[in-house]
Design a protein around this ligand. Structure first.
Ligand SMILES: C[S@@+](CC[C@H](N)C(=O)[O-])C[C@H]1O[C@@H](n2cnc3c(N)ncnc32)[C@H](O)[C@@H]1O
Length: 292
């Protein structure tokens, strides 16, 4: 399907492909040894469809080696292959998603032997074709903290700091909010939204590895403008498409598992039932892609 899209047509690709997990998810995972080989053709197809100033945001968790409490290096290996000398992309910035609700796993090392701590961070690589991808942190400002509000009200001393940074007088200006960092804290604690209700009522599997909507929302606002086109080629329950729709962007989502596609339709008012009944009529050869 990626091959059918025109080149230079997408503003942002944001996705979370199957990771090379030791404990496999129901949708299947590729082994760490074969991961780069498996992923690189997709990366080539993504580079082709991305606009020159577009971004490719890749959520890619690490995993544990089989039988011992050590970590695989496949996602670093992939990053080097994607962005090394002959790579397709530049590393615009690395982000880290801290999910405080992650389970303490693998149980053997974390809760039984107690020799490792909970792994609760996913790296997210922000990649781009050019060194100046379209971006504006003004679209993702956070509210100032109380202490920053106080500082702005009282004013503070300009000049050098022990760290070597020089604080100019401009720092004292109210800029409409604080610039966020590259650590995003977000947990999936929803237990009763439209999507979950739709899946339960129609006996469809709830996707086991959903994005928290804060993640795509952040990158869509940061890296695109209203009307831009966002693509998720491994879209699962389509958290990305739903976020793009809410934010007034166009979107295309691709997913191999039809049950997940049908479940994802319940994210959008008024189409879930319709798509579900068409799916029941033609469960084998029905394929749906979304596009607002
Ligand atoms: C980590 S999940 C994505 C979850 C998604 N971000 C969400 O919020 O629901 C990866 C998804 O990729 C799908 N997938 C695996 N191979 C694929 C392929 N070749 N083409 C499209 N989707 C694929 C899996 O079925 C799975 O739903």
């Amino acid at each position: 399907m990626l091959a059918d899209l025109p080149e230079n047509s997408i503003d942002l690709v944001i996705t979370s492909p199957p990771f090379a997990l030791r404990r496999k998810k129901s949708y299947g995972n590729v082994s760490a040894e074969k991961y780069c080989e498996w992923f690189l053709p997709y990366a080539g197809a993504i580079a082709r469809v991305l606009k020159p100033r577009g971004s490719f945001v890749l959520d890619i968790g690490g995993s544990w080696n089989k039988g011992e409490p050590t970590r695989t290096l496949y996602h670093f290996d992939l990053l080097l292959r994607l962005c090394g000398e002959k790579g397709l992309f530049k590393l615009a910035q690395e982000f880290y998603w801290y999910n405080p609700a992650k389970m303490p796993a693998p149980a053997q090392w974390v809760t039984i032997d107690r020799v490792r701590v909970k792994d609760a961070i996913n790296p997210i690589w922000w990649l781009s074709k050019s060194s100046r991808p379209k971006a504006s942190n003004k679209r993702v400002l956070k509210p100032y903290t109380k202490s920053m509000e106080n500082l702005l009200a009282k004013g503070y001393n300009a000049g050098p700091r022990p760290s070597g940074h020089v604080i100019s007088k401009n720092w004292n200006r109210h800029q409409g909010g604080a610039i966020p960092s590259n650590l995003i804290i977000a947990a999936n604690t929803k237990s009763n939204d439209k999507y979950l209700r739709g899946c339960r009522e129609h006996n469809l599997e709830v996707h086991p590895a959903r994005f928290v909507d804060v993640i795509p929302e952040f990158f869509i606002k940061f890296l695109t403008r209203s009307g831009d086109l966002v693509l998720d080629p491994f879209s699962g329950s389509n958290v990305v498409g739903a976020a793009a729709e809410r934010l007034g962007r166009k979107w295309i989502s691709i997913e191999i598992n039809k049950d997940y596609v049908v479940g994802s339709a319940f994210r959008f008012d008024g189409i879930g039932e319709n798509i579900y009944s068409r799916y029941l009529l033609e469960p084998r050869n029905h394929f749906i892609t979304g596009k607002s």
